[in-house]
Design a protein around this ligand. Structure first.
Ligand code: SF4
Length: 215
């Protein structure tokens, strides 16, 4: 069982917009990561060498998020929220704790745009909320007219080979496209962008309907 902890703040504001994820904010409902990928950038930091063992749940996450987003929305400080930057929002324990789902409800309520970074297929459960966020989010002034999405999903995987995935990403769903939640037909994700953190296998680009989006 993961530890349960209380925190004082959950909404991290960056000094400037992240050029990869277009985000101004990050939130992490969990600390550590049950997927425990061998190449994870947080491994060996304050989270230790086994991210699954250091996993903890922020039990007052929603209460604090509600307060902090209320304050930002009141001042009109809209910006894309990345969920999540130092854990995965769709860990197995999310099925029970539902912190990510509740966070999306708060985000929808305050009309912030969101960028989900995940390796977890549980994201499919929340497509209903992500569609609503997509339609109602308020983008920062300088992104209006340049970005159409209020809801962006980046599905992260480093290989399409299940054998390689078993070595490097053992805690996640196997990485074959049939097992990923990327489905162009669902209408949430309509692009594909390789990045430096996870050198995406470019074979994915051959999937019918897939495109590369950039801004
Ligand atoms: S899913 Fe992401 S945050 Fe979690 S261990 Fe893997 S790379 Fe790190």
């Amino acid at each position: 069982m993961p530890r349960e902890v209380e925190v004082k703040s959950v909404l991290n504001k960056s000094k400037r917009r992240d050029s990869w994820f277009l985000s101004e904010y990050t939130i992490n409902p969990y600390s550590g990561c049950g997927f425990n990928c061998l190449y994870c950038y947080i491994r060996g930091s304050k989270y230790g060498s086994n991210l699954e063992q250091s996993l903890s749940v922020k039990t007052n996450f929603i209460e604090i998020l509600e307060r902090q987003l209320y304050n930002r929305a009141k001042k009109g400080e809209y910006g894309i929220i990345v969920l999540a930057s130092a854990t995965d929002p769709y860990l197995k324990i999310e099925k029970d704790y539902k912190l990510t789902r509740q966070a999306l409800e708060v985000i929808l309520n305050y009309r912030f745009p969101v960028h989900i970074l995940t390796k977890g297929t549980l994201i499919e459960r929340d497509f209903d909320l992500l569609h609503k966020i997509d339609q109602t989010a308020i983008l920062p002034e300088d992104l209006k007219g340049r970005l159409k999405q209020g809801s962006i999903i980046s599905y992260s995987f480093s290989t399409l080979d299940d054998n390689v995935g078993e070595i490097f990403e053992k805690g996640t769903t196997l990485p074959t496209p049939k097992n990923t939640a990327i489905d162009i037909k669902k209408g949430v994700s309509d692009g594909c962008k390789p990045n430096a953190f996870n050198p995406l296998d470019l074979r994915y680009h051959r999937k019918p309907g897939a495109s590369i989006f950039n801004i």
